[in-house]
Design a protein around this ligand. Structure first.
Ligand code: IPM
Ligand code: MG
Length: 355
């Protein structure tokens, strides 16, 4: 039997309760696939700051680098919003991404037929949407120097090097090869020099993937096209800030931000996390939707551990739970047969996944 070491970073707000459900489902599926997980918890975010004075203690980095993959809940909350920038939970997260070298953030957005009415867009526009935002995660304006502010000016720098663009472009094309073989690269090349380089380098890399159709789109147009006709997209390749914005937009195609998983991968260990935040307003009430985290665990099985059968089992179990009408509170008004708590939803999915 194979044993995988998983670092669990539960974080703040609803983080702990949704990670607990993902663990429940992982253990259920493990018993059927002749694998086993050993978990080690690590602190990050506001809870880490409260205990250690640092939102990202070195021990968390060590535990993560010592594991096969990191399963991550969510961090942040109002309580820590007024700390100096480097003490804030978000700074810990950015530093974490950088330390682990996870330069590629994969954010799928698809629409479950069972929840087609949950989106604010018309069913005929979103039926069958299945796209993947591939966002560069450790470069661009988030990290560029110089940065700073004084009384009267604030400044950040959007910078990409050729190497950074090459590696993220390869990721996007490789992923496209496993999907519908289309990459749309998003930039602002009509205005930004950094985007002109981006476009040229992506075009060069694209020549190595003759089977993949490459198109380019300005980010403002892409924001519009995502709402007008999202089915035109397969893989959307973006830099850090454009991907941050467009992936939130794409998540709304599916109706609930509580449904979408993500993976951040690079040279070393990958981080698997729901795309939603820590939702402190509903923490501890047992009403959070654990599905995004459970699907993140499935992505972890697929991308980090190569356990595709186990990943398929989890994804089918989620579909089945939705099909049978089980809904957490966020989706209660959409064809619910039964409204269930966070942990009831976890147990239902775990049961199906163990079959
Ligand atoms: C995300 C989040 C983060 C980001 C924040 C919390 C720093 O919005 O993962 O999309 O901007 O990358
Ligand atoms: Mg974001």
């Amino acid at each position: 039997m194979k044993t995988y070491k998983i670092a669990l970073i539960k974080g703040d707000g609803i983080g702990p309760e949704i990670i607990d459900e993902a663990v429940k489902v992982l253990d259920a599926v493990a018993s059927r696939c002749d694998i086993e997980f050993s978990y080690e918890e690590a602190l990050m975010g506001g809870c880490a700051y409260d205990i250690t004075g640092d939102p990202l203690p070195q021990e968390t980095i060590n535990i993560s680098l010592n594991s096969d993959a990191v399963l991550f809940g969510a961090i942040g909350g109002q309580k820590w919003d007024n700390l100096p920038r480097e003490k804030r939970p978000e700074s810990g997260l950015l530093r974490f991404r950088k330390e682990l070298g996870v330069y590629a953030n994969l954010r799928p957005a698809n629409v479950f037929d069972e929840l087609i009415n949950a989106s604010s867009l018309k069913p005929e526009v979103i039926k069958g949407v299945d796209l993947m935002v591939v966002r560069e995660l450790i470069g661009g304006i988030y990290f560029g120097e110089p940065r700073g502010r004084d009384e009267n000016r604030g400044w950040n720098t959007m910078v990409y090097t050729r190497d950074e663009i090459v590696r993220i472009a390869h990721q996007a094309f490789k992923i496209a090869m496993t999907r519908s073989k289309r990459v749309c690269s998003i930039d602002k090349a009509n205005v930004l020099d950094v985007s002109q380089l981006w476009r040229d380098v992506v075009t060069e890399v694209g020549r190595e993937y003759p089977e993949v159709e490459l198109t380019h789109m300005y980010v403002d147009n892409a924001a519009m096209q995502l709402i007008r006709d999202p089915r035109q997209f397969d893989v959307m390749l973006t830099g850090n800030i454009f991907g941050d914005i467009l992936s939130d937009e794409a998540s709304m195609l599916s109706g609930s931000i509580g449904l979408l998983p993500s993976a951040s991968v690079g040279a070393k260990i990958g981080v698997y996390e729901p795309i939603h935040g820590s939702a402190p307003d509903i923490a501890g009430q047992g009403i959070a939707n654990p599905i995004a985290t459970i699907l993140s665990a499935a992505m972890m099985l697929r991308y980090a551990l190569g356990e595709n059968v186990a990943a398929d089992k989890i994804e089918s179990a989620v579909k089945r739970a939705l099909k049978e009408g089980y809904r957490t509170k966020d989706l209660a008004q959409y064809d619910a047969k039964e409204v269930c708590s966070t942990s009831e939803m976890g147990s239902i999915i775990a049961n199906y996944a163990a079959k």
